[in-house]
Design a protein around this ligand. Structure first.
Ligand code: PLP
Length: 411
């Protein structure tokens, strides 16, 4: 029996049988880029998302977590429209600066920062979200040695998680952040050592589709930030409330009602404890901003039958789009939305499995899905490829060429 797949995001039309991305035909985009496999990102869809956030969350800073997609043209557009970029390595920090982001608008989170990364961040004036007492001590020592005052926020390992989130990053033993009860004493130490205390970074999970779960987590985050600030005797200049806004990937997923989250956050902040009265607040998002705006285009290079099952073998695969293969943290592999881009809108006629070109059974892009009849040369579109595609895939595995990338439209 054929299996379902996630919903194709709104905003993708066809010209005849050809999928349009940002108003451009898929085959023309491939010709412009030179070949498949190709990631195409629609800048207008990203701009719409930013606009939707601004409307729902007025007064809240928007940060983009560049781990989701650090393609340079996309990052340049992003840095013009968001309030900050969040990076997770000195390499990402360099990309953020090259994209035109002011170092003072960059925050750097992530366990295992090396000394040379701390030096680069402190020299540039980037805010370090310190992940442990040990990392804080190294940052202070480096600041002293270089005659610079480090800008330090404390990443808190919260005592809760976002319920139902795809990736849990709080609520127990974690390599991320400092356990909440030890945060106040660390903040006092930072202040005594004359670091510039920037506030708290509290990231409790990712890929949440339930507005209620996010509302609950944000309320808990505000309460936790207030408790920590009271105990430390230090109001935080900034509270990064984390993010976690999810997008529908697989059958049965429903889009997140961000407007509901925005209204609740507005109310929660209006009633916030006094110690946070002068604090700024930020939300940091990756996939919700860019995920649905990206399409991964591959070409069918073989069509074969094995034990009665039809396989469409493409020139792409999990080395570029790991998440679609079900190997990026998923417990059960389920189909992301997929289509034959050169027969878009044609009636489904046959059940096929679409696989990549890697010599591993892990490289499945769609399992037992109904598609229009497709042949060698046809283009396959994998949707939901704007986040954690190229940036989160094992590109070097098996030595195939890197994918091409294109940003269409303007931000
Ligand atoms: C600290 C931090 N910020 C932001 C993100 C981005 O999450 P998402 O792309 O789900 O919005 C992550 C993802 O793991 C993260 O760990």
């Amino acid at each position: 029996m054929s299996k379902g797949m996630g919903p194709i995001p709104d905003g993708f039309d066809a010209d005849g049988m050809l999928l349009l991305i940002g108003g451009r035909r898929a085959d023309h985009l491939v010709a412009e880029a030179g070949d498949t496999p190709l990631f195409v990102y629609d800048a207008c869809m990203i701009a719409d998302r930013i606009g939707r956030f601004r409307k729902a969350f007025s007064g809240i800073n928007l940060h983009y977590a560049i781990k989701a997609n650090s393609y340079a043209p996309l990052l340049r557009g992003m840095s013009k429209h968001v309030d900050g970029l969040d990076v997770a390595s000195a390499g990402e920090m360099a990309m953020a600066i090259a994209a035109g982001c002011e170092p003072s608008d960059i925050s750097f989170a992530g366990p295992g920062k090396r000394d040379d990364e701390l030096v680069a961040a402190i020299d540039a004036g980037v805010t370090l979200n310190v992940e442990s007492e040990g990392e804080a001590a190294r940052a202070l020592a480096i600041g002293r040695a270089r005659g610079r005052r480090p800008r330090l926020a404390v990443r808190v390992n919260p005592d809760f998680e976002i319920k139902g989130s795809g990736m849990r990053m709080g609520g127990g033993a974690r390599p991320f952040g400092v356990d909440a009860e030890r945060v106040p004493s660390l903040v006092r130490e930072l202040i005594v050592a004359d670091a510039e205390f920037r506030g708290f970074h509290i990231f409790a999970g990712s890929q949440a589709l339930s507005a209620d779960a996010l509302i609950e987590a944000q309320a808990a985050t505000i309460a936790l930030a207030a408790r920590l600030a009271e105990a430390a005797g230090a109001p935080p200049p900034m509270v990064n409330l984390g993010g976690g806004f999810g997008i529908p990937y697989v059958s049965g997923d429903v889009p997140l009602n961000v407007e509901q989250v925005g209204t609740a956050l507005h109310d929660a902040l209006a009633a916030r404890p006094k110690i946070l009265a002068a604090s700024g607040f930020a939300i940091e998002l990756g996939r919700w901003l860019v995920g649905e705006a990206g399409v991964y285009l591959t070409r069918i290079v073989d069509r074969k039958i094995s034990f009665g099952k039809t396989f469409l073998v493409t020139d792409g695969g999990m080395h570029h789009q790991l998440a679609a293969s079900g190997n990026f943290g998923q417990v059960v592999r389920r189909n992301f939305p997929v289509a034959i881009a050169s027969r878009f809108g044609a009636a489904p006629e046959e059940e096929v499995s679409i696989v990549g070109c890697l010599c591993t059974p892990l490289d499945r892009l769609a399992d037992d899905v109904m598609m229009p009849a497709a042949s060698v040369g046809d283009l396959v579109a994998l949707f939901l490829a704007g986040a954690y595609g190229r940036s989160a895939s094992p590109e070097a595995f098996l030595g195939h060429p890197a994918p091409r990338e294109l940003l269409v439209g303007n931000m």
